[in-house]
Write a protein that binds this ligand. Structure first.
Ligand code: ADP
Length: 342
């Protein structure tokens, strides 16, 4: 598909360039052939004047060039020569423009190809992630449906389990939608003044049930800093980081959220004393659907590996930067740096 689009685009480039080039050649030919005719006419006049001077009837100033027999054949040959030169030039342009056009068409289509490849991968990953829980749901319902002695208690249990699965699927589809939204960062995001302390207090209150469940102490050490941001997106970012910190921390541990103003930027950090991330996983944790082995094997927590890729896109939307420092079994710190307008 990409190759045929490239050929088509090259053909369009060539068509436009050759249209201009041939029109230009026609104009040049018209002008030059007129010049040849004019030159021939002038030569003829000079020759005739010279002739009349020779018979003594007229005085000619200045003295003419040696008379040349103006030959129509010579004029036609000159015109033919101009045509040949123009045709050769046009053929040269055709080949040159073909090569350059093919190269430029490739360059023009490259970002589109990258986008299409990315979308294909996205759809592939998403459908793969959706298929597994849907298949599990379907088969468990089919098994229970075939059971003639199914009791109401078992049926209730099945429905309760299925609701948990459906909730997870709902969370997955919400995350996929968010991710798709952030693929178009200019899509109507409204930046406004946001006070980080107010925002962090609101989020910490929201996460209270989650932290209370694991007896985790969530320390809010965010200073009162005002930044230009998209409030909902910034909330999402902090929720993702704090939710992960709680999710991957042992019970009764501590999670600290800090925000400090530095030169022209604000540094937000979220630190935990949880399972940590191995060095080999660190370069991949912001990739879509990536889950580190240590997270899969040491925790029961559900996750689809989409949170950090959404976080990365939120940070990009705010022209900031996100990094991570982590040691397995010791803890993890995510650091977000966002620019602050002076
Ligand atoms: P998930 O839904 O799996 O948490 P994320 O995209 O939020 O997806 O995180 C990707 C992976 O990064 C996680 O599966 C986990 O392995 C690792 N990770 C993220 N945050 C932490 C953390 N605070 N501590 C340890 N590992 C983490």
């Amino acid at each position: 598909m990409f190759h045929s689009a490239r050929i088509k685009l090259t053909a369009w480039y060539l068509f436009i360039i050759m249209l201009i080039s041939i029109s230009f050649s026609i104009v040049v030919y018209g002008i030059l052939s007129q010049e040849v005719d004019r030159f021939a006419r002038l030569q003829r006049i000079r020759y005739e004047r010279f002739q009349s001077d020779a018979t003594g009837n007229e005085i000619v100033i200045p003295a003419p060039l040696p008379p040349t027999e103006m030959d129509q054949e010579l004029i036609d040959a000159s015109k033919q020569h101009i045509v040949n030169l123009l045709v050769i030039t046009d053929i040269g342009i055709l080949f040159f423009a073909g090569g350059v056009g093919y190269f430029l068409a490739g360059r023009t289509l490259q970002p589109i190809k990258a986008m299409v490849d990315e979308q294909r991968r996205f759809i592939g990953d998403a459908s793969h992630e959706l298929r597994t829980p849907l298949t599990a749901l379907k088969s468990s319902m089919e098994v229970h449906l075939r059971d003639k002695n199914l009791e109401i208690k078992e049926a209730r249990e099945l429905i309760a389990n299925n609701i948990v699965e459906v909730n997870r699927l709902q969370a997955l589809s919400d995350s996929l939608l968010q991710l798709a939204q952030y693929e178009h960062p200019n899509n109507g995001y409204h930046f406004e003044h946001v006070n980080l302390k107010t925002l962090a207090t609101e989020i910490c209150a929201k996460l209270k049930p989650v932290t209370a469940k694991k007896h985790i102490t969530l320390k809010n050490e965010v200073s009162s800093i005002s930044i230009e941001a998209v409030p909902e997106s910034l909330k999402e970012l902090l929720i993702i980081l704090l939710d992960n910190a709680v999710k991957y921390s042992p019970p009764k541990s501590e999670v600290v959220l800090q925000a400090k103003k530095t030169d022209g930027s604000v540094r937000i950090s979220c630190a935990d004393h949880g399972i940590g991330i191995e060095a080999k996983d660190l370069p991949h944790i912001f990739d879509r659907f990536y889950r580190a082995d240590i997270a899969r094997t040491t925790t029961q927590e559900a996750g689809y590996g989409l949170g950090l890729s959404i976080a990365k896109r939120v940070v990009r939307l705010h022209h900031g930067n996100i990094t991570v420092e982590s040691k397995p079994h010791l803890g993890t710190t995510f650091i977000v740096t966002l620019p602050v307008k002076q």
